[in-house]
Design a protein around this ligand. Structure first.
Ligand code: DHB
Ligand code: FE
Length: 280
């Protein structure tokens, strides 16, 4: 059977994609951010997962405000990136694993999560930046992906509690897939940030650090928040925290924290990196 061996949360801001393209790893602004990643890459090199399921949000590339699914699951043989306005370059496509995607979709619909199925899907910075950070040579590695979009863009957004249960259903789907695969789950984006309006540049370090702690040891605590609570505490785009909750839902009830890094700011955003290993 397939297994969820661990979970990773990571920032996805587009400026990171451009910093990678321009190899800014040693620049003083970028160094403390990039320095968080080698322990996670080392763990990935040791564990050699076969599949990355990526909970992310599409920011207006594959879906726009006229058509915005709450949950959408990729079921394509590969996923090409494109740029919705950040100056990001086109990079080689990410291989998919449609047979696992369809098993996840069937399980989700059985469990009453009515998802949009995407046999063609363009992926934006919310997906590509994390993949590039974690697998810089992804074309040379055997990693295959299932992109899963959750709407954080057009209100009403799904509640933290629903996203946690959605992640649990994805975890159940993996554990009932009849192939011996090692799966890692990613929650991208966050932490506190607001990109527009009167509070543009808003960051709440105390709330972020509380969220990181609770994601590790008591994620159910965060499911008591409403979307409005999160927007108030973490900024309009801080709602991306629901992607972290979906990731955490797919893991075992207790997890072992292997690595953590918190760095502010990168661009306008607080960056939180966590590596969690399934424990039983
Ligand atoms: C930034 C953060 C995001 O989550 C995003 O999707 C785009 C930009 C930023 O801080 O620049
Ligand atoms: Fe974002």
């Amino acid at each position: 059977m397939a297994r969820v061996i661990g979970g990773i949360t990571t920032s996805h801001i587009p400026a990171i994609g451009n910093a990678i393209a321009n190899k800014k790893f040693e620049e003083p602004y970028w160094k403390p951010f990039f320095e968080g990643y080698p322990p996670v890459r080392k763990w990935l090199a040791e564990q050699r997962p076969d599949v990355a399921i990526v909970f992310y949000n599409d920011h207006g590339l594959n879906f726009f405000l006229d058509k915005q699914p709450t949950f959408a699951v990729g079921a394509a043989p590969e996923y090409q990136n494109s740029d919705e306005g950040w100056g990001l370059s086109t990079i080689p496509p990410f291989p998919g694993i449609p047979e696992l995607s369809w098993h996840i979709i069937e399980t989700l619909v059985e469990k009453e999560f009515d998802v949009v199925t995407c046999q063609e899907m363009l992926v934006d910075h919310g997906f590509c930046v994390p993949m590039q950070l974690l697998w810089p040579d992804y074309r040379k590695s055997p990693i295959r992906t299932v992109p899963i979009c959750i709407n954080t863009v057009q209100h009403p957004l799904p509640s933290p509690s629903r996203c946690f249960r959605f992640g649990q259903a994805v975890g159940d789907a993996v554990r009932s897939f009849d192939e011996d695969l090692k799966v890692v789950v990613l929650g991208t984006g966050g932490l506190s940030h607001q990109l527009d309006g009167e509070r543009a540049g808003f960051i709440n370090k105390e709330f972020d650090q509380m969220c990181m702690q609770k994601i590790v040891e008591d994620p159910e605590y965060l499911t008591k928040y409403s979307i409005l609570d999160i927007v108030r505490e973490a900024g309009a785009q801080g709602a991306e925290l629901i992607l972290w909750l979906a990731m955490r839902g797919a893991l075992s009830k207790t997890v072992k924290e292997i690595h953590r890094n918190y760095h502010i700011p990168i661009s306008n955003t607080a960056s939180g990196l966590l590596l969690l290993e399934s424990a039983g």
